[in-house]
Design a binder for this molecule. Sequence first.
Ligand code: DQQ
Length: 648
Amino acid sequence: MADTSPLLPFSHSLGPGSTYSSIRWRSKIVLLLVFSGLFLVPLIVSIASNDNGFKQHVQYLQEDDQNVSFSPPKETTKPQILRPGSRGVSAGVSEKANVNLKGAQEKGYPQNDSMLSWQRTSFHFQPEKNWMNDPNGPLYYKGWYHFFYQHNPHAAVWGDIVWGHAVSRDLINWFHLPLAIVSDEWFDINGVWTGSATILLNGKIVMLYTGSTNESVQVQNLAYPADHNDPLLLKWVKYSGNPVLVSPPGIDPNDFRDPTTAWYTSEGKWRITIGSKANNTGIALVYDTEDFINFKLSGVLHGVPGTGMWECVDFYPVSKTGQNGLDTSANGPHVKHVVKTSLDDVRKDSYALGTYDDKSGKWYPDNPEIDVGIGIMLDYGMFYASKTFYDQDKGRRVLWGWVAESDTEVDDVKKGWASLQGIPRTILLDTKTCSNLLQWPVEEVERLRLKGKEFNNIEVKTGSVMPLELDGATQLDIAAEFELDKKALESTAESNVDFSCSTSGGAAQRGALGPFGLLVLADDSLAEHTSVYFYVAKGNNGTHKTFFCTDQSRSSVANDVKKEIYGSYVPVLEGEKLSVRILVDHSIVESFAQGGRTVITSRVYPTRAIYGAARLFLFNNAIEATVTSSLKIWQMNSAFIRRYSNEQ
Ligand code: DQQ
């Protein structure tokens, strides 16, 4: 049965007469706004072509509040990204499938059933079948981790989006539960899109999510558990006065989505942010609320010109001591704040560290040159729409991220499923550099480790490849360290100062001091392999710069899968060895360099290096330096991921 006073300690302040009717009234004005939108279009267009117009508009909304303003810096010119349309685009969000590979079936590689079934993972979260995308509303409640996700229950492609739901005691073994929130109201009939959970001061939970309405515009809706005594939170109630928020004037209702977890302000209000854009400036709108029903736009948390639509914004504090995770409302001199955005234009998640001012509701980057969207990526590979939550049980902040497919949609349909979630990662500030986060697989994944094997001080000569004898290589946890020969490192003259993972020819391109690393999911002949490697560039003043990359260009002989080369710079401090942790689970390879300073997730689709034919190799393609490597490698057990039954 639904709670009678479902929401909120403060619901008493919402007298039935006043609030209910004002909410009903607001529902009506949604329709009015939709229609008036027709007349507002020219206005919106003019605002969108002039960010100052947006500023004026927000100010107009809040005439009495002189603090509310948004002054975006000048637009920088960026090449326009031309991309084919897709269902996602017509629905108001971008591609949800590999459009570049659509229609590739006629000339595509004939992956047979055993190849396709090998691709399903063994210890990563995925639904029993069909499509999944963004993580939604993760939380810990009464002994269970709850995970909700964007799900198409009808097909292995994006569409008909509702919220799937699963629970776990340890973030690794999962029980699938019935769908949590389905699209059955005008305010979400075209999709129950991304949203976030907030645990209120009285322990109750509220969920805010974006609904795609009967008119396919984006509004924000409120839902809450029907029974807070149910630890599984099986039933969810949609607030009768939904939507609780429509896009403000000047903001395209197709660019208004993905509310965050709320945090508490010093004024005793809750505050959320919602992703949007003004012209091509990605922005995070800020709203204050006391009851999750009435919201007041209070300005813009932050905006960055040229970064396009900001999806799935995440905003949270990290401790300056780097010891433990923090509740989303934590603030003060002991914290830095992270703004993370999912860049719709380039489908990458980017973050920056900075300072949050509770009074103005604004956030300022530590270094404007590496601001959100133009600096550091959370993961340089296939990882999007990520979201963190505070795990109050273990006092840690945990990150989830959607790992899409990079094969053809046709193959996804044949497999009957598409997309994974990355292994949940703990998030901490890197107190050694103070300029990046550390991401690391949650400790619980180590419980899946089976037989381990150690390889100590293996010398890998220049231009060589060495097999590592294992009993299997499709489910692995690898921890490896590398040291470049010191003499060679010193004597090498300036080399590869212009190196970049994606444009410098990949793992086959030899330089003085790299590449070197591991070939995972390789077959004996090396016709197929995925290279995970370091590359050291040396400047003429003797300084080194280290890069961490993944090269998928030889990951499969199939000609219809994406084979990008990913990666970036990784900070390496004085006295540190180069280190990498790699989780291999069939078609996913997640690689964490230097304790998680730089992370790369790949999806690969080998056809030969599968089942018992998969191997692991060390390689060193440097011309001048021998590499010494020590490794610990564990076979990984499979996780239990199955339907919940009452006996459990
Ligand atoms: N996915 C959802 C949107 C979000 C996008 C729709 C990001 O709410 O912006 O499935 O992948």
